[in-house]
Write a protein that binds this ligand. Sequence first.
Ligand code: C2E
Ligand code: MG
Ligand code: MG
Length: 362
Amino acid sequence: MTIIEDQQAKYLIKSLQHHPSPYLIFCKDDGVEWMNQSAQYVFDTTEISDIGIAPIISHGTSKKIEAIGSSFQSDLELSLRKIKFLLRSRVHEIPLDKEESFFLIEVLAQSEAALDALKNTISCLENDRIDMAYQKQYDLATGDLVSVETLLRLRDEKGDIIPNDKLIPLVEGESLFSLVVLASMQKLKEVFEFKKKKKLDFTVYLNVSAYTAMQENFCNLILDFVKENNLNPGDLGLEITETAELEDRSRAAEYFEKLKKHGIPLALDDFGAGYSSLSYLRDLPITLVKLDKDFARTVSEQDTQELVRFVVTICNNMELGMLAEGIETEEQQKTFLELGCHKGQGYFHHRPQFLKDFKEEF
Ligand code: C2E
Ligand code: MG
Ligand code: MG
C-alpha cells in the first residue's frame, strides 16, 4: 500500500505538515511512512526508519468504515533504538478504498511545553542523562539526620539541569515516565549499597507521583526492589507528590497499606498546597506529613503560624510525623521548632548533592 500516490492522502499530509500535534503515518507492514514536523521534533530524528512502531495494541475500530475516517484512542508501543515505551495517541483510520485504509497516528500532547517535555524525556532516557540528587532531612532540635530525599536530575544536551517543575508535571501522566522511574531506581541501588557498607541508619525517600503509584505493577515493582537489594524495613520510603488527584482512593490505600506492611513508610508531600488535602490523612496510611515549602517562606507571618499550629495539632493527635520543607534560614527553623514541628529540610541544613559529594559527607 502506498499512501503517497493517493491525492487525498497527499492533501491530508500537506495540511498536517505544520500542525502542532505530532502526527505519524503508519502502514500495517512497513512501520512509519511519514511524520510531520512536530513529530520529527519530538522524536529528534530525521530518519523515519529510526522509529519502529509495534502493532497497535488494542483498538475499537469498526470493520466497515463508511465515514471519511474513524478514530480511536490507543496506547501505542514505540521503540526508539533500544527503548520501548507507550504513548497516548489517537489513531485515525482513513480509508483509501473499500479494501484498504491507512492509519494516521496523532500523539496526544496538550501544549508546546508538553512536547518539549516529551522530547527532553526521550532524549534523557536514550542518552542516560538521568541522575539523582540527595537532600538530608533533620531533627530540628538535635540536628540529627533522620532521612534523605532523592530528587530527580535530568540534563539537556548541553548538560544543564532541566528544572523538575517544568518537566515532571507534563510527563508523569505518560507511560513513558515509568522508564524514568525505573532509571531512577537503578541509580538508587548505589545509595543503598553505600548505606549498608557504612552501616548508616536513615530512610531514603523516593518521590512518586499519584499517576505512578496507581499503575498496576508499581506496588510489586517496589517490593521486588526491596527484595533484590536486601533492604530492611524503613530503608526505603515513598513521598507521594500530588500534581493530580489520586483517582481511586480505596485502591491507593490498599497499595500503600501493602507497602507499609513490608516496611515502606509513606510521606505526604507538599501538604497544604495543590491537591494534597486533609482527607488523604484519613484515607491513606501516611506516617509523615511534609508541609509545603510555601509555609517556610511565610512562616514569620501570623496567619501561617496559625496554620502550622493547626497541622501540628492534627499530626500529634493522629500520631503522624511532621516535617517542614524549604527551610532557608535559622529564623525559620527556630519558628518551626517553637510551633511544634520537629523535623525539617532545606537549603539552611543541606543542599541536594549528587551521590559522589553526598558520600563524602559521612
Ligand atoms: P518536592 O518533592 O517537594 O521536592 C522539594 C523541592 O524543593 C526540590 O526541588 C528541592 O531541590 C527544593 N528545595 C529543597 N530545599 C529547598 C529550599 O530550602 N528552598 C527552596 N526554594 N527549594 C528547596 P526539585 O528537585 O526541583 O524538585 C521539584 C519537584 O519535582 C519535587 O518537589 C517533586 O514533586 C518532583 N520530583 C523530584 N524528584 C522526583 C522524582 O524522582 N520523581 C517524581 N515523580 N517527582 C520528583
Ligand atoms: Mg518530595
Ligand atoms: Mg515538597
